[in-house]
Ligand binder design. Structure first.
Ligand SMILES: [Zn+2]
Length: 457
């Protein structure tokens, strides 16, 4: 069974032979081929379809933006291009041939051949269809290059409309900084011969991490000292980094299904936040992240749209690109890092990349690497992924005979997504003189209604 939407099907073949109409069952969103029509063992399925990018105003799949053909396939856009098993856990290498009268023809991976009106691209890294991309248009490039830590040369291009070339330098600098940072802090190197960024005017999301061909809303690429503010520069640098970091956290290791969206987004937001902290002021970055969290995510949690970072049901995945999945997802990673410490965090991440490279994973896989790398039981911590709502924390101080006794009570109010509240309380056990915040270990809290000692040095 293959997914498809709005396709005009011209021909369907197996090993070059047309499939008989009696072996096909087609609905508005799926195509089922009778088992009896399939040969034993491997076979080649081909579909010839007709689509109309000019009429595509949903900007999902292939569409036109100011005369430039471009794509957006996350989460379920590829099914608007052709029949395909459009699920993130179906990963394959892609070989793409483009024919067009547009002068610049781009797709994922490495360029294989190029002549007037024709270009061929090969992406050797297996990927889900949501990371597929193509661009065809009248574009000009800012060119640069990068050598990875292990000596691999990479061509870098930022593609913009003719006339915008002098506004793309900052984006290029940001890309190079991101590549260095990911090598130094996470040990992650880039893995293709070329990395392309394209700026287009019409784009639903801010930017998209398609393998080797990131597509950006032009406001997140173009800048000039005459018009850009400090905040504009910070945002461009942060988003370029975010999409680049997805190459490992999202592309090489992707999500098994869309319920796991925060696996790639929470982690990649956390990574881009850490990058900005290192590039600029860590304190200012933290303050602005907390302001955003309180202004957007806390409100989401207090309203009818409250949902856990890992939702357990959805009608339309596009509605789940939320502050809870992204920003709260990133806070959870931050807590995890604080719990296990910097050294153990790096150990766990190394294991994550080693164990799961090329796989489509779950939150359970993610937590398992922390358990296996550090020996820590994260059963209790996992509630952060499955509970909706902002926990309320109450602290009671009791100062007697030179001893300070602290009692903490934590309660997560009920939300529409989860009818019952979760409560826990715990108390310090000894005299305390150290600052509290750095000693607080929420994973030591007892179960739902239980009581547990607070972990103190
Ligand atoms: Zn992202």
């Amino acid at each position: 069974m293959l997914d498809g939407a709005g396709l005009r099907t011209k021909a369907l073949r197996i090993d070059g032979r047309e499939i008989a109409p009696t072996d096909l069952r087609q609905t508005e969103s799926s195509l089922t081929i009778a088992q009896s029509a399939l040969p034993e063992g491997d076979f080649t399925f081909s579909a010839e379809v007709e689509i109309d990018p000019e009429a595509n105003t949903a900007l999902e799949g292939l569409y036109l933006s100011g005369g430039i053909f471009c794509t957006q396939c996350e989460a379920e856009g590829f099914r608007h291009i052709t029949w395909y098993p459009d699920r993130p856990d179906v990963m394959a290498p892609f070989h793409v041939v483009l024919r067009s009268d547009k002068p610049v023809l781009l797709s994922n991976g490495n360029p294989v051949a190029s002549e007037k009106g024709r270009a061929e691209w090969h992406d050797p890294w297996p990927k889900p269809a949501y990371l597929f991309a193509l661009v065809a248009g009248d574009l000009v490039a800012i060119d640069d290059h990068f050598t990875t830590r292990s000596g691999k040369p990479v061509d870098l291009h930022v593609w913009v409309r003719p006339g915008d070339q002098d506004r793309a330098d900052f984006a290029m600098e940001s890309l190079k900084k991101s590549m260095i940072w990911d090598e130094e802090v996470y040990g992650r190197e880039y893995d293709l011969d070329v990395f392309n960024i394209v700026a287009v005017d019409d784009f639903n999301m801010g930017a998209m991490e398609n393998k080797g061909l990131n597509i950006f809303n032009s406001k997140l690429v173009l800048s000039s000292p005459a018009t850009a503010t400090d905040l504009d520069y910070e945002r461009i640098e942060g988003v370029i980094a975010h999409e680049y970091f997805h190459n490992w956290t999202g592309n090489r290791i992707t999500c098994r299904d869309w319920f796991q969206l925060c696996l790639k987004e929470g982690l990649t937001v956390f990574r881009d936040q850490s990058f900005t902290s290192d590039m600029r002021s860590a304190a200012v970055k933290r303050i602005s992240d907390v302001q955003t969290l309180r202004a957007r995510q806390f409100r989401e949690d207090q309203g009818p749209l409250a949902h856990p970072p890992r939702p357990d049901h959805f009608q339309e995945i596009n509605n789940f690109y939320t502050a809870t999945v992204y920003e709260k997802g990133a806070e959870i990673i931050g807590m995890l890092k604080r719990l296990v410490g910097d050294e153990n965090y790096r150990k766990a991440l190394d294991l994550y990349f080693e164990r799961h490279d090329g796989q489509a994973c779950t939150i359970e896989d993610w937590l398992a690497v922390f358990h296996d790398a550090t020996g820590r039981d994260l059963t209790q911590f996992k509630h952060w992924y499955t509970d909706a709502g902002t926990p309320q924390l109450t602290m009671i101080e009791d100062w007697q005979d030179g001893h300070l006794r602290l009692t903490f009570r934590q309660e997560t109010p009920a939300t529409p997504a989860k009818a019952t509240s979760r409560r826990a309380s715990f108390r310090s056990r000894s005299a305390l003189s150290a600052p509290m915040a750095t000693r607080f270990c929420p994973d030591r809290v007892g179960d739902d209604r239980g009581r547990a000692e607070l972990c103190l040095p």
